[in-house]
Design a protein around this ligand. Structure first.
Ligand code: HEC
Ligand code: HEC
Length: 150
């Protein structure tokens, strides 16, 4: 490679790479605070899981709603899905939990299946509990309604 080409290469690729690596290192350091690697950091306090049974705001129409109750020990495996014991179509009348919506019965070709689709079986892939924990990294997400100025 000729010298001008080489410096162009350095400018375009190596410098951004080095900057990214530095930033990455910065993130790991902030999570540990200023504590040196050889010393054990004091872990943050375990936060209580929110268990107030009230719907949270959905940030966009396709957002999987967050879980407003504890799910400690709720088992999901081949033979057993604790979530569906309350959120399944047939369970809703007894449990008074909102049944999973119709999208949970669709395969990836948008056909409706008789039962919950395998791709919606592991609920916690998409639905998560909430805690009052402090954000570890800043989040500048803005709701579309805010962007539209409504
Ligand atoms: C014992 C019954 C029961 C079980 C088990 C259960 N839920 Fe729920 N869930 C409810 C009820 C009832 C509500 C309605 C709000 C409330 O009372 O907490 C609810 C609310 C929700 C919501 C909020 C829906 C919305 O529209 O905002 C989500 C999401 C949810 N549950 C997911 C789950 C997942 C995932 C699991 C399994 C890990 C699970 N639930 C297990 C009873 C249950
Ligand atoms: C691949 C992601 C995904 C998985 C896995 C998934 N969900 Fe959802 N869920 C969503 C999305 C997205 C929505 C909101 C839009 C919709 O209804 O499709 C939703 C909505 C819901 C709602 C609210 C329904 C309503 O009518 O408001 C409940 C309750 C729920 N899910 C429970 C479950 C349970 C229980 C499971 C496991 C059996 C599960 N979900 C698995 C993505 C998922």
């Amino acid at each position: 490679m000729s010298r001008p080409l080489l410096s162009l290469f350095a400018l375009l690729f190596l410098i951004p790479l080095a900057l990214a690596a530095q930033q990455g290192a910065g993130y790991v350091a902030t999570l540990r605070g200023d504590i040196p690697i050889a010393e054990p950091a004091v872990p943050p306090r375990m936060e209580q899981t929110e268990n107030h049974d009230r719907k949270r705001h959905r940030s966009y129409p396709m957002q999987p709603p967050t879980i407003p109750h504890k799910i400690d020990g709720y088992q999901i495996d081949l033979n057993h899905n604790r979530c569906l014991e309350c959120h399944g179509r047939l369970a809703a009348e007894e449990s008074q939990a909102p049944p999973v919506s119709v999208t949970h019965y669709m395969d990836r070709e948008s056909n409706f299946l008789a039962d919950v689709s395998p791709r919606r079986y592991f609920c916690n892939q998409c639905h998560v509990i909430q805690t009052g924990a402090r954000l570890l990294v800043p989040n500048t997400f803005r709701d579309v309604d805010e962007l539209l100025g409504r």
